[in-house]
Structure formats: structure tokens, C-alpha cells
Design a binder for this molecule. Structure first.
Ligand code: FAD
Length: 451
């Protein structure tokens, strides 16, 4: 069997790995249109802040490690067309500008997404950057030490934008963070959390400009010089766009079914509308555990699980993609937060009636000093108003308690209720925790009717 995998990031890497694990004899051709395979944008902040020194280390695999496992790796070779009936793809070799066709028995499209551009005047000025992939990582790194870059405007205050803002604030730049939504990280956290994070951003010299719509990039000599919103103008020698992504699928029209946003339609087995063609990653929707249906959740964790699901099905096993809750975590200066599932801020869009309980507690018993890891913990548990089924949670503290969100993710997947969590068995040791875990406390208070 010959499998062609298109795209070498999380989804493509996992599809290749999954096939190799169980059927190493499979003929695999792995295509990447960029000049580097399997860069992890997830590791970009660590590189930009100098924690990881070499940009080339921020990857899963090298062509050599893949080739050593028998994979044919093709770099700077773009798949430009799929002919599903013929089971053929067109390969454009960017190295010598030639094209050829390749036959496949099974095809995996792990083409991912690209940063969305803003359709405003000045969008093509120099120094309007994005934050995704190795090439942008290298260019952004240069800007962190560029003395001519004093003012940085980041557009989009999701987790990528907040990472960018933190990188450049730590590099000594004056950073403005713009979003059309009223709060930074609004899609990840409710107000109890974002108000504290916004204070932290301000304390570190970042200017939040929330609830503002970008109208124009102003320029001088072809270079960006400022960002004009509907409310203010901000100087900028560098603009970083992190206001969403669009699937890299324009070339697939007519080959596989796409939805109105250009996402590739897949079933629970990652199969597209075309026989023997699978799709995974940011260019697809994913089953959503809290309330069913499918959602767009652009996370590496999702792409990896989809890649494994595709690999298993290609090898003849009938495995459904497990539903996910969009669990994610981030550090913002001194704070660490994580969230999963439904928030108050996202429930209305899902059309569901929810209730939430918000709890503040200490990470450890009162006698444990702050220097030994004690600090306030902020936690919010969201559940269905009628059935009390657990639908989501958010946690934040200056100590790292983020892994607790994985417990809630499991509770969502297992369709647990408040009663299941109220007295659930969690360990206690003063160096780590409290006798009643904050998840117990929240569920117990919710059962008492508190909010
Ligand atoms: P992509 O990562 O988009 O990669 C697609 C690849 O396919 C690219 O290399 C592209 O060049 C190649 N390609 C596309 N079309 C073709 C073609 N026609 N021919 C050949 N090659 C092609 N997620 C987390 O879970 N945790 C994190 O901490 C996290 N941090 C992030 C930080 C940043 C700054 C960014 C940008 C993203 C982060 N994510 C994180 C999200 C995560 O990176 C994405 O969800 C993930 O990369 C999606 O993987 P993918 O395989 O779908 O596609």
C-alpha cells in the first residue's frame, strides 16, 4: 500500500507516525511545501524568548529520522491538485519548478491553516508579520533585538496574540494589544480571570486596546508606521497579525467537499467525501464533547488525535475520532491558566443553558508559606443548568495547577455530573494540595446552590 501524506506539522506527523508504528512496511511519501519539516509553532514562544536557542530544534522529526524509518520525505514540494477518481496527486517541485503526478492508494490531507490577513488599507506594508511556522519565527526573533523597532502592535488577543505581546514586552518593546472583543483571551476565560490577566498585562507595560476594530495600517516609505482603529491610532514599527486563521484548502475545491469556510468535511473516521482521502488538523472540524456536534478547535492536540485516527483507519481498523473539549493552557507572565469546554462567554453561541460556580481557594493549607508554593487559586466550573452535567472549567494561579483541567476534560468526556465530582477521590499532601481538592469544593458548593 502506498500512502501519501500532505503537510508535515502535527497532523501529518502523527499520520506518518501512526502508520509506521503498526505497519512499518507501508510505502509512505510525505510532502511539505516549506523548506523544513514538522516545525512546532507551539514552541515558538520558547524560542523567541531564548529558552530554546536553535529554531531548528523546535520540531518533531527531521528528514533524516523519517528517512531512516523508510519514509520518502519531500521538502519544498507542494501538492497542487488531487484527482480522487484516478487516485493521483499533482506535485509541484519548488526546487526546480517542475510538476509530476504521483499515484496513491490512500491520501492524508494535513494541510492545516494560514494566518488570516486583514482586508484593510496598508495590509501589504512591510513589517506586518504573522506568528505561525518557522519562517515567521526567524523573522520575529530578529525583531526582538532590532533597535529600530520600539513600538509593536499585536492584533488579536487570543493565546497566540498574548504570547506575541509577552515576547515583545519582555524584549523591552512598547506593546499594544488590539482586539475587537471586549476582553483579552475572551474565548478561553471568563471575566473573573481575564480581569486579573489584563492587570498583569498592564503591569508589564502592555497597552490593551480591547473592543476596537482595525481600520487601516498607516505607512511611511512602504513600511508600517501605525495602526488606526475606530477609536485611536497606535504607532508601530512592527505589526503582528494573530486575528484568526484560514484553512489552506483553496486548491482542493472540487476534489473533496469543503464547507462555506473552506474547511474539509470529514466523518468520524477522518474520511473526506472522496474515497481513500482522509483529512486531519486545523483544516477540519472536530467532534465536541461537551454538547455534541462539531466545532472548529485549532489545537495540536486535536491534530495529533485526528492523525492517529486517520492512520488506524487507513490500516483497516475502524476507529472513531474521540470527541474533545478544546483543553488548552498558557502562562501569562506570573500566571498560569488552563481551560476546557464551555465558558459563560461561549455558551450563548452554543445555544445551551448553563450555570457556573466560581471558587477562590489556596493551593495548599494555610501553614504552607508562599515560598513553598502556596498561592491563591481561581477556579470556575460550568455545568448544564438542567442535568448538572459538567460542561467546562477554567483555572488560574501563580502556582502551576493547570493539569487539573485534564480532570475536567475527562469528566466532560465521561458525561459526569456535579455529584460525581463533589466527593471524587483526589490525593492530599500539604506540599501539593488541600484535603478537599478545589474541584470537590466547587462541585459541593454548586450542589448547595451557590454561584
Ligand atoms: P499546520 O500546523 O497548519 O501545518 C500544515 C503544514 O502543511 C504546513 O507545514 C504547510 O506548509 C504544509 N502544507 C500545506 N499545504 C500544503 C500543500 N499543498 N503541499 C505540501 N505541504 C503543504 N496548539 C496546542 O495544542 N498547544 C499549543 O501550545 C499551541 N501553541 C501554538 C502557538 C502558536 C504560535 C501557533 C501559531 C499555534 C499553536 N497551536 C498550539 C496550534 C497548533 O500549532 C495547530 O493546531 C497545529 O499546528 C495544526 O496542525 P496541522 O497539522 O493541522 O497544520
Amino acid at each position: 500500500m502506498k500512502v501519501i501524506v500532505v503537510g508535515s506539522s502535527h497532523g501529518g506527523y502523527e499520520a506518518v507516525r501512526g502508520i509506521l508504528q503498526e505497519a512499518p512496511e507501508t510505502e509512505i511519501q510525505w510532502y511539505e511545501k516549506g523548506d523544513f519539516i514538522s516545525f512546532l509553532s507551539c514552541g515558538m514562544q520558547l524560542y523567541l524568548e531564548g529558552v530554546v536557542k536553535n529554531v531548528n530544534d523546535v520540531r518533531y522529526a527531521t528528514p533524516d529520522t523519517a528517512r531512516a524509518q523508510g519514509v520518502d520525505v519531500f521538502v519544498r514540494q507542494e501538492i497542487t491538485a488531487v484527482a480522487p477518481l484516478q487516485h493521483e496527486v499533482t506535485v509541484h517541485d519548488l526546487n526546480d519548478d517542475t510538476s509530476r503526478t504521483e499515484h496513491y492508494d490512500q491520501l492524508v490531507l494535513a494541510v492545516g491553516a494560514e494566518p488570516a490577513k486583514l482586508a484593510v488599507p496598508g495590509a501589504d506594508l512591510a513589517n506586518v508579520y504573522a506568528m505561525r511556522g518557522r519562517d515567521w519565527a526567524i523573522r520575529l526573533k530578529a525583531k526582538t533585538v532590532d533597535p529600530d523597532t520600539a513600538n509593536v502592535v499585536v492584533i488579536g488577543a487570543g493565546y497566540i496574540g498574548v504570547e506575541a505581546a509577552e515576547v515583545f514586552a519582555k524584549a523591552g518593546k512598547h506593546v499594544t494589544l488590539i482586539d475587537i472583543l471586549p476582553r483579552a483571551l475572551q474565548l478561553y476565560l471568563d471575566e473573573e480571570f481575564t480581569s486579573r490577566l489584563t492587570e498583569t498585562l498592564v503591569a508589564h507595560g502592555i497597552t490593551p486596546a480591547m473592543g476596537q476594530s482595525v481600520e487601516e495600517f498607516t505607512g511611511k516609505d512602504g513600511q508600517v508606521a501605525g495602526v488606526l482603529t475606530d477609536q485611536a491610532e497606535f504607532p508601530a514599527e512592527l505589526v503582528i497579525l494573530s486575528a484568526g486563521i484560514k484553512p489552506a484548502t483553496h486548491w482542493l475545491k472540487g476534489a473533496v467537499e469543503l464547507d462555506a469556510k473552506g474547511l474539509i468535511k470529514v466523518n468520524d473516521y477522518q474520511q473526506t467525501s472522496a474515497a481513500d482521502v482522509y483529512a486531519v488538523g486545523d483544516a477540519t472540524l472536530v467532534p465536541y464533547a461537551p454538547v455534541g456536534g462539531k466545532q472548529r478547535i485549532a489545537l495540536a492536540t486535536v491534530a495529533r488525535r485526528q492523525g492517529r485516527t486517520a492512520a488506524k483507519n487507513i490500516l483497516g481498523q475502524r476507529l472513531k475520532m474521540p470527541s474533545v473539549s478544546g483543553s488548552s493552557a498558557l502562562s501569562v507572565f506570573d500566571y498560569h491558566f488552563a481551560s476546557t469546554g464551555v465558558k459563560e462567554g461561549t455558551a450563548a453561541k452554543l445555544g445551551i443553558a448553563i450555570k457556573s460556580i466560581y471558587v477562590e481557594d489556596a493551593a495548599r493549607p494555610a501553614f504552607v508559606p508562599d515560598a513553598a508554593g502556596n498561592a491563591p487559586v481561581y477556579f470556575k466550573l460550568t455545568y448544564a443548568a438542567d442535568s448538572q452535567r459538567i460542561l467546562g472549567a477554567q483555572i488560574m494561579s501563580k502556582v502551576d495547577v493547570t493539569a487539573n483541567i485534564n480532570v475536567i476534560s475527562l469528566a466532560i468526556q465521561g458525561k459526569m455530573t456535579l455529584s460525581d465530582l463533589a466527593y471524587a477521590d483526589f490525593f492530599f499532601q500539604p506540599g501539593f494540595d488541600r484535603p478537599w481538592h478545589i474541584i470537590n469544593v466547587a462541585a459541593q458548593q454548586a450542589l448547595l446552590g451557590k454561584t
